[in-house]
Design a protein around this ligand. Structure first.
Ligand code: CND
Ligand code: ZN
Ligand code: ZN
Length: 376
């Protein structure tokens, strides 16, 4: 490409601090260094984890920063030593990298690579610096992805090449929301056919858990949300019934125990609320129930649980990026989507240009949207 090796000037949504609106700025994006890839972002979803930074719930975030971790795009140029990816390839940037060498990558049961770890908010692996500047200032990158920009630079361990015919405005959700929810049911819980499941929180990630439970063959999938407007969509995604805790004057675990012969096989917390996490655990069967934490709680949060709940046989687990080994599995998930193994169509409620990103966050916070996809 004509731009290879040169600084690119482009538009980006820059976040200057917690609780401040994003502003659309002209930024400079430096060429990729050794083992880095520069990508033209085509589409990116807005996930609740981006909003957590805006609302100040994540400790240790440095500003200014370019958020976004649910994007898809086309490679513009690659740095030296990059193999298997070339300009023109369709790709998905990965907020959980896969170096292939660390203890997590080598263990078939884990996926949280040491090279990214969660909440990496400084830059690419090289020199821990980002390739963005704005008004003469360095701008940090977020989760190693930064997709709210026309161009971004990521590590080669943080990018997966995908099918050349993949629709980027849909498969961007495979970069986070869909894969996170779907994988927490398929990989982390390993939901069994005929089992009973409850999903607390029916946003984009929660609905993807519902889809995962359905694909896994669960016979009861109970959607739970304090916003009943989320129910129609949850039923379309495969929930067998939905309940609103506000409609009951007793604890939700009692309601669920009645519906499931003493408790659920699996419960999923997909909100990031400590109280709901505790309810999700107590809603499972005392001897064989499993709870998966998917929601991201504030950095300083603590749960209170009686150890006796686990002595009887319950299991509590967490899941980031749905347990997928990102570089290996993202291309397969894209193929599965294209082969119609699952649908993500119900997850996308809005499409907006990058300029309207603040409106996209408002739609998320007011509960009006599930996923807004920004088109760049
Ligand atoms: P979104 O905000 O769209 O959905 C949350 C849903 O929960 C909404 O429908 C709310 O109405 C509902 N809700 C809120 N409070 C309650 C409550 N007390 N009881 C019942 N329902 C409630 O968020 P999202 O779907 O984009 O993300 C969900 C969580 O997943 C969020 O915490 C996000 O940070 C996290 C996440 C995790 C990971 C991972 O790798 N584990 C990756 N991305 C996002
Ligand atoms: Zn996310
Ligand atoms: Zn690794």
């Amino acid at each position: 490409m004509a731009t290879a090796g040169k600084i690119i000037k482009c538009k980006a949504a820059v976040c200057w601090g917690a609780n401040k609106p994003l502003t659309i700025e002209e930024i400079e994006v430096a060429p990729p260094k050794d083992h880095e890839v520069r990508i033209k972002i085509v589409a990116t979803g807005i996930c609740r984890s981006d909003e957590h930074v805006l609302s100040g719930a994540f400790a240790g975030v440095k500003f200014p920063i370019i958020l976004g971790h649910e994007g898809a795009g086309i490679v513009e140029s690659v740095g030296s030593s990059v193999t298997g990816i070339k300009p023109g390839d369709k790709v998905i940037p990965l907020f959980v990298p896969q170096c292939g060498e660390c203890r997590s990558c080598l263990n078939p049961e884990s996926n949280l690579c040491y090279k990214g770890f969660l909440g990496k908010c400084d830059g690419t692996t090289n020199e821990n610096s980002s390739r963005f500047t704005c008004k003469g200032m360095a701008v940090h990158s977020f989760f190693g992805t930064s997709t709210f920009t026309e161009y971004t630079v990521v590590d080669d361990i943080s990018v997966a090449k995908i099918h050349e015919d993949a629709p980027l405005d849909k498969v961007c959700l495979i970069a986070c929301g869909f894969s996170t929810g779907y994988g927490s049911a398929i990989n982390t819980a390993k939901v069994k056919p005929g089992s009973s499941c409850a999903v607390f929180g029916l946003g984009g990630v929660g609905l993807s858990v519902v889809i995962g439970c359905k694909v896994a063959g669960a016979s009861k999938i109970i959607g739970i949300d304090i916003d009943s407007n989320k129910f129609a969509r949850a039923l379309e995604c495969g929930a067998t019934e939905c309940i609103n805790p506000k409609d009951y004057d007793r604890p939700i675990n009692e309601v669920l125990a009645e519906k499931t012969h003493d408790g659920l096989d699996y419960s999923f917390e997909v909100i990031g609320n400590i109280g709901v996490m505790e309810s999700a655990v107590s809603s499972t069967h005392f001897a064989c129930g499993t709870t998966i934490i998917v929601g991201v709680a504030p950095s300083n949060a603590k749960m209170t649980l009686n150890p006796m709940m686990f002595l009887t046989g319950r299991t509590l687990k967490g899941s980031s990026f749905g347990g997928w080994k990102s570089k290996d599995h993202v291309p397969k998930l894209v193929n599965d989507y294209m082969n119609k193994k699952f649908s993500m169509d119900k997850l996308i409620t809005h499409k907006l240009p990058l300029e309207k990103i603040n409106e996209g966050f408002k739609l998320l916070c007011s509960g009006q949207s599930v996923r807004t996809v920004l088109m760049l």
